[in-house]
Structure formats: C-alpha cells, structure tokens
Design a protein around this ligand. Sequence first.
Ligand code: BYC
Length: 333
Amino acid sequence: MYTQAMDLPDPSAKLHVVGQPDAAQAEFDLKIDADRKIEPQDWMPEAYRKTLLRQISQHAHSEIVGMQPEGNWISRAPSLKRKAILLAKVQDEGGHGLYLYSAAETLGQSRDTMLEALHSGKAKYSSIFNYPTLTWADVGVIGWLVDGAAIMNQIPICRCSYGPYARAMIRICKEESFHQRQGFESLLTQMKGTQAQRDMVQDAVNRWWWPVLAMFGPPDADSPNSANSMRWGIKRISNDDLRQKFVDATIPQAKILGVTVPDPDLEWNEQRGHYDYGAIDWDDFWAVVNGNGPCNKERLATRVKAHEDGQWVRDAALAHARKVMARELKEAA
Ligand code: BYC
C-alpha cells in the first residue's frame, strides 16, 4: 500500500521557492482544486507536508496510547465473549497506529523520530486518552462515545487530499464502526441488568461526555490549523460542525439506551434543526493537552516502558531479517 514511499521525489521540486508561483506550485493547486489526490512522489508545499506529518503522527500516537485505557480491562472483562471482543478491539487500535505511522513515513520522517517525539512528551496525542477507566461501563462508553466521535471525525478524512492518509482511513473507519457498535451493545446489555449496573453506566457517561465533546478540538475561531487544512482538503468539516453532528447523532442513541448526558443546557432547537448544548470547559481541555490531565504521566510512562520492554522483539526481528537476507544473497551468488 505504501510502496510509493520508495519513489524518489521529482528533482525539479528543489527549484521551488516559497511564496513564488511556479509550475510545481501551480500543478499542486490544480490538483487540490480538482479534488485529486496528492501522492508521496508529487511535489508539495513544505507547509502542506508539515501539517500532514503533524496530524498523521498525532493520530498514530493517539491510536497507540489509546490502547491503554481499555487494555487495562482485558484481564477483568466479565465474560470470555467480552474479553475476546475487547482483545480484538485493542489489537485493531494497534493496527491503526501502524497504518498511520506508515502513512506518515511517506512524508519523509522515520518512525523512530516520531516515537522519540512521543516518548519525550514533545508530540501531542488525543486529550481523551488521559482520563481513567474506573469501571467496566467505561469500556462500553469508550466504544460508544469515543469511537463514535472518532468515526464522525475520521469519515471525512477518507476523502483527505493526501492519498496514503485517505486510503489508510478507509479501513480504519470500517473497524471503528465495529468498535462503536460493540460499545453500544455492551452498554445496552448493562442497561437491561440491575439498578447498580444502570447507575454505573450513567456515571461513566457523566464522566466521559464533556471530554468527548472537547476531543473534536478547539472552537473554529480558536483553531489555528483549520484554515490551511480546509483549503488543502486535509480537513473537510470544521471542528465545531463535526461536534454538532456528533451531538445530533448521539442524543437519540442516549434515549434508546436510557441514559442522560450531564448538560442542563441541552435542548433541541427547532429553528436550527440541531441540538443546542452547553459551554465546554476549554481550560480543562488545554490543561489536559498540555500534560496536566488525570492520567498524562501514567500513559506516557506506560508507553515508554512498553517500548523499552519490546526492544528484544525488534532486535530479534532485525537479526532474523539479516539472516534471511544473507541466506538469499548466498543462494543468489
Ligand atoms: N487532543 O488547530 P486545531 C481514536 C491540538 S484516536 C490533543 O483545531 P487541527 C481511538 C492540535 O493538535 C483519535 N490535542 O488542530 C483510538 C493543535 O495543536 P498543534 C485521534 C488537540 O489539527 C483508540 C491545537 O490543538 N483522532 O479514535 O486542525 C481507542 C489546535 O487545534 C486536540 C485524530 O487524531 C485533542 N483532542 O485539528 C478508541 C484524528 N484537538 O498540533 C479511539 C485526526 C486539537 O498545532 N486529527 N488539538 O500543536 C484531526 O482530525 C485534527 O488533528 C483535530 C485537530 C480535529 C484533532
């Protein structure tokens, strides 16, 4: 899928001078205007490449760190069926991270460099994974709300102008759709159980609702990257519009489940044809993004330890690959 990364860039790209219209820039603009894909071997403006690299690597980190809150519950899942589903889901998230690191590598940055940025705390990952999973209901709520928000945000990325990112997102979205449904089904089962189970689900919804709404990113007016990303077809729908679509799609589902969301200002607005919702605590969001959420330190420490503990696997895989290559060279000689 990503063999394009092996292609050499067009040497004429070096002739491009930022800010001066030239043939490469004109061709790029033409492709963007015609909604055609930009591929790794194509010339692209440096700012486009940087924006993609930033978003795709952050997205990859989110998938990998996102394995932790639910991974915590694999050994405590209440039945074999739930354990098998959760194992598959967490494994899927790991796979998403790998497709996305591969897509980011086509932009000329090594995976080691990206991982170093994550492990040193320099790179961002989604705010949502810095909250704790206190009960089994949290696992269902992550599937229903977090993966639900992820699908809403990621379906438009299937049409992103950068080919490798758009293609990776198609498979990711199919899997996210299963994740969302399994979360909803798990919660539906719990809501048909005892009063204690229903209370546990409601408590989890109360804790996750606002962080999930914030997950779509700052309001459009405070989103510095949106203008370029929209112009370049990286983002297709704005942060606020996606958030609104998510609220509108989710409230009817909450009614089916029999839960409420912790927002006294939530109200259907007949005139707008949308739900109005209350103010998001952006100070809390930025505190979490800047490393001061409830679990930031724990998540990063766990990730770094997993990477270090896995060094022997990477060493063994490399040693094996070297042996295979040496054998093939010997046979070919
Ligand atoms: N958390 O200008 P803006 C999953 C940052 S994985 C942290 O609007 P942009 C799953 C933003 O990076 C879900 N930081 O930015 C996995 C920027 O800072 P920098 C992850 C955030 O990029 C396992 C600054 O705020 N999804 O679904 O235009 C289990 C200003 O924002 C957040 C993706 O990564 C945040 N929530 O828009 C279950 C999707 N929001 O970089 C589920 C791909 C904003 O300038 N990413 N920031 O220093 C995107 O669609 C966009 O990057 C965003 C932000 C909508 C997130």
